[in-house]
Design a protein around this ligand. Structure first.
Ligand SMILES: [Zn+2]
Length: 302
């Protein structure tokens, strides 16, 4: 095992910290196919990196939520008129790593990362607009040329509590290789962009790039108010380029009660399947919600 993992210290670090519940785009596939389809988290086309593989242990969920904030964001925090709350101050604290819903529920949380494909990001936003399905996007500010033009469409959905924005860092770098000040810069630069672009804070929801994190990076994130370290319990597997059949198989496998679902706005395959994914959610009587709704956090408190 160790020999086969030679050179995958980042990955070992993840497992060693008990974050084995990470289900990546690869983790849902057979071991032999992982190397080919790989990667829990996407890379920008211009960069190269090691692709971690991950282990699936959905039963050992560590879904903790220490946040006690007002619920009902649409009614109170956002106001019936749809106006956004002001940006709240950060609330630094000990981090909690979250994989799935905290209690038995028919809720699911669709969490869609990155967004370096213009038509994919646009199609996802149009899907949200058309369907009313609740989605949490975790865009990187480095793709601002793609996301900024979508902000006008997204803002009313954000105001209505249908769409939430989480922080996924500005440049999507491997935090395990960064010093504390660099991690803070990556988080806060993206927070600044989220605030300026979408009018809300991303706090306290932080998804580490590639899902790579350890106690140190979690503590740094918690120190700037990102106390909820967002992992996932199911994945479309689309950090790699999948065929429609492959992606739909992942949807059928993982869209289950309580799932935090990982997806990416990076490759067009998913955009051809929105109708089928929507049907699957309806057939299974699942209720898509934002992280705020699943965990009782709010944009007014952050
Ligand atoms: Zn990512």
């Amino acid at each position: 095992m160790a020999a086969r993992r030679h050179g995958r210290r980042e990955f070992l670090g993840i497992l060693g910290l008990g974050a084995a519940a990470v289900i990546s785009g690869c983790g849902v596939l057979g071991r032999a196919r992982r190397a080919a389809l790989a990667s829990p988290e996407v890379l920008p086309p211009s960069t190269t990196t090691v692709v971690p593989s991950t282990t699936t242990t959905t039963s050992t969920t560590v879904a903790t939520t220490t946040t006690t904030t007002p619920t009902s964001t649409t009614d109170s925090a956002l106001g019936s008129g749809g106006s956004l709350p002001g940006i709240p101050d950060p609330h630094p604290g000990p981090p909690s790593v979250v994989f799935r819903a905290p209690t038995a529920t028919n809720q699911i949380a669709l969490t869609i990362d990155d967004g370096y494909c213009v038509e994919c990001a646009d199609d996802y936003v149009q899907f949200a607009l058309r369907s009313g399905i609740r989605i949490t996007f975790s865009p990187n500010g480095t793709y601002n040329e793609i996301w900024d033009p979508l902000a006008a469409t997204l803002r009313p959905l954000i105001e209505a509590g249908q769409v939430q924005i989480a922080n996924h860092t500005y440049n999507h770098r491997n935090l395990l290789k960064l010093g504390e000040s660099e991690i803070v810069e990556q988080i806060e630069r993206n927070e600044d962009w989220i605030e300026a672009t979408f009018g809300i804070t991303g706090r306290p929801w932080f998804r580490p790039p590639y899902g790579w994190h350890d106690e140190r990076t979690d503590e740094v994130a918690g120190g700037v108010g990102y106390t909820q370290i967002l992992m996932w319990s199911g994945s479309f597997g689309d950090s790699a380029v999948l065929t429609p059949d492959q992606l739909l198989a992942q949807a059928e496998k993982w869209l289950l009660p309580g799932t935090i679902m990982l997806g990416h706005a990076n490759h067009p395959t998913v955009t051809t399947l929105f109708g089928q994914i929507e049907d699957l959610i309806a057939q299974r009587n699942l209720s898509p919600v934002t992280l705020d709704e699943m965990f009782g956090t709010s944009r007014a408190v952050g």
